[in-house]
Design a protein around this ligand. Structure first.
Ligand SMILES: [Zn+2]
Length: 335
């Protein structure tokens, strides 16, 4: 396979703090020999474990970029052992545009792994992560939130995996992140995900959903800030012990957790995030936006649990995810 066209402007193997870019040539109307310049920081102190930290895999999710910029500006190599690779805005063109996908090629960074070295800009970035950055890493943390169209209970998450030891290592790192909620996440669409690419390479992977609506809050940023430090401490990279508080354990046993809209209309939530529901309970109504005098369409929970995610905009389209109901469990570790 051809070599990546991406060139890092800083070294990966020199102790200290280096701030620079992943430079990807991108010829276009306003810059004939231009480049996409993705900010990256490498903090290194000798041999040791390597952490790869990313935000804005989707460009309209903000807790990751905020705390990773803060970490890059403040992490002291004297307080670590090993290497921390920090990319606050993984899909940088999308981040600059404030959109989920890239304005250059509509690339959804979390659906096009393993990427292509001779593909679109987004595919080239994915390929660089697939073949260069993921192999360097021992532990990987990828920050997400709901973006402009979803809102989540603040949770860290890990997936059910075929290898029980790898799953246990991912779950332990998720517990160390210690968001108020910890989720064993069932994906509806895992083909091409960064998550899957990292997990298939055998690495420890943790993701998050910390809020949503295309913004952040003081609370959601605080959760991310504590979580990334806890994650690095758990990995043996950052000095100190993780600060741990109670975290509600959530599971998604099957696709009945999801409720999708079969109507276009005006969305009336009837349950808020974090509230308990029983199977069959009304969780939302969709009103006609075409004519008056129509009854709303009722949407019901398909299983009992707590409302963990919801559609954020006031209008809903057919096919949108209206709600996710997850199940509260005692213990997520495999037996
Ligand atoms: Zn996302």
């Amino acid at each position: 396979m051809m070599a990546s066209l991406i060139t890092p402007t800083i070294p990966f193997d020199v102790d200290g703090v280096h701030h620079g870019f992943l430079r990807l040539p991108f010829s276009r109307d306003d810059s004939a020999w231009g480049n996409v310049m993705i900010p990256i920081s490498i903090v290194r102190n000798g041999n040791g474990p390597v952490a790869l930290l990313t935000g804005a895999n989707h460009g309209d999710e903000y807790e990751g970029p905020i705390v990773l910029h803060e970490l890059a500006a403040s992490l002291d190599p004297d307080n670590i052992r090993g290497t921390v690779i920090i990319v606050p805005a993984f899909n940088y063109p999308a981040f600059r545009a404030g959109t989920r996908t890239s304005p250059i090629d509509k690339g959804n960074m979390n659906r096009l792994f393993p990427g292509k070295p001779d593909g679109t800009v987004s595919e080239k970035v994915a390929d660089y992560f697939q073949r260069t950055l993921i192999p360097m890493a021992d532990v990987v943390l990828d920050f997400h939130s709901g973006g402009k169209t979803l809102d989540f209970l603040p949770f860290a998450c890990a997936h059910a995996l075929d290898d029980p030891r790898q799953e246990a290592a991912c779950m332990a790192a998720m517990q160390a992140f210690n968001a108020p909620y910890s989720m064993k996440l069932l994906e509806i669409d895992n083909v091409g995900m960064y998550d899957t690419a990292v997990e298939e390479s055998g690495k420890v992977f943790v993701s998050t959903e910390l809020g949503g609506g295309g913004t952040s809050t003081a609370r959601s940023v605080g959760i991310a800030r504590k979580g990334v430090r806890n994650f690095l401490q758990h990995a043996g990279i950052l000095d100190g012990e993780p600060v741990l508080q109670d975290s509600v354990q959530l599971d998604m046993p099957d696709s009945d957790c999801y409720v999708f809209s079969e109507h276009d209309g005006l969305l009336e939530p009837t349950v808020d995030l974090g509230e308990r529901v029983n199977r069959g309970d009304l969780i939302a109504r969709v009103w006609s936006i075409q004519r008056n005098g129509q009854p709303p369409v009722d949407y019901h929970a398909r299983r009992s649990g707590i409302l963990s995610a919801r559609h954020f905009p006031g209008l809903v389209q057919t096919g949108d995810c209206v709600a996710v109901v997850a199940v509260v469990v005692d213990d997520l570790f495999p037996t």
